[in-house]
Design a protein around this ligand. Structure first.
Ligand code: PMP
Length: 355
């Protein structure tokens, strides 16, 4: 077995993969594959219902919110959010904390005025911008809770008098979040919640209906809510695997339990990065992500040999994003702490070899 530190699509629990494989051949013992039954069959409806129920339970979603499983990835949400929520004569406030936030705000410009109220672009997004005030006349505030490429994370969400929309693609279900503080949460499933091909949207129903424009059915949250995520054929397999992953999370003790594990994994790895003379962290210490740990070698000549040693130890997916360089260890929910220990031991062995 490999130690999978890939940034996404990321590691899934092994038992979930086994259950998913079985469902492809013979789903729940019905003699058919989950891939060859109607999405309106009672068997699949039970999957979708359970997935919605698990999201509500794991995140304590209050009344007045809808849970959707949509297609098109988080990138489609970059457009769907302003399409549905930004009035033509209105404006939206964006915090630019990374490339994904930048892509989100670029899409919003197709629909109305965008005010970038804070950015950390000048430092290649090594920190989370914090000193800003949210204009009270904005239709919403858009945030990115975890910046996958740069290894920064919002540890405290800002106060806002306007609805907060948050891209949680790379830290959904990794920690407790008070859903009532948000107007809309979205996340591509493929890092912490399931496979690529489905996007979770948790939306407060009463923020809808305020953008004065016609919206085609597939892009309209209202249609999707009314259709129960089945306005058209949903991504059945991706929803099944997400549901199985959420079941796995519940059985582990839910978000509270996984948050403790995630804290322990991140603390162990950052401690080694800070202690080890050959490596150093990339992002501002107070904004360090507990999901994507970015670090570099002090001596660039060490980069290749370290990657080679990692490869020998079965450590995969650790090369940093091309815009940051160095290394990125993604330590998503399904990555066991034993894999983090293997990485730490490998860093220590590397020091010994390079004395
Ligand atoms: N937002 C964040 C924070 C991401 O990490 C990613 C994917 N890496 C995206 C958005 C884009 O997601 P998708 O590929 O599902 O469109």
């Amino acid at each position: 077995m490999k130690h999978n530190f890939g940034a996404g699509p990321g590691i899934l629990p092994h038992e979930v993969l086994k259950q998913a494989a079985e469902a492809v051949v013979n789903f729940n013992g019905i003699g058919l594959s989950v891939l060859e039954i109607s999405h309106r069959s009672s068997e699949f409806e039970a999957v979708l219902d359970e997935a919605v129920k698990l999201v509500k339970e794991l995140f304590s979603v209050p009344d007045g919110y809808s849970v959707l499983f949509l297609q098109g990835g988080a990138s489609t949400q970059f457009a769907m959010v302003p399409y549905n929520l930004l009035p033509q004569t209105g404006k939206a406030a964006y915090v630019e904390s990374g490339v994904w936030a930048n892509k989100a705000l670029k899409e919003a410009k197709y629909f109305g005025e965008v005010e970038v109220i804070a950015t950390s672009k000048e430092s290649n997004f090594t920190y989370i911008p914090k000193d800003y005030s949210v204009p009270s006349d904005a239709a919403y505030l858009h945030l990115t809770s975890n910046n996958t490429i740069y290894g920064t994370q919002l540890h405290e969400f800002p106060a806002s008098s306007v609805p907060v929309i948050c891209d949680m693609s790379s830290d959904i279900f990794s920690r407790k979040v008070n859903v009532a503080d948000f107007g809309l949460i979205y996340a591509g499933a493929q890092k912490n919640m399931g496979p690529a091909g489905v996007t979770l949207v948790i939306i407060k129903d009463d923020i809808l209906g305020k953008a004065d424009r016609k919206i085609p059915a597939m892009f309209n949250y209202q249609t999707q809510i009314e259709g129960g995520s089945m306005y058209n054929t949903p991504p059945v397999f991706a929803i099944l695997v997400s549901m199985l992953t959420l079941r796995w999370l519940k059985a582990k003790g839910g978000v509270e339990a996984i948050e403790k594990e995630n804290d322990a994994k991140a603390a162990a790895l950052y401690t080694e990065i800070d202690r080890n003379p050959l490596f150093k962290g990339v992002s501002a210490v107070e904004d360090r992500s507990k999901m994507n740990v970015c670090f570099v070698v002090e001596n660039p000549e060490h980069e290749k040999p370290f990657l080679k040693l990692c490869d020998e130890k079965g450590i995969v997916g650790i090369k940093g994003h091309r815009s940051v360089g160095g290394f990125r260890a993604s330590i998503y929910n399904a990555l066991p702490i034993t894999s983090v220990h293997v990485l730490i031991e490998t860093m220590q062995e590397f020091v010994e070899k390079n004395k």
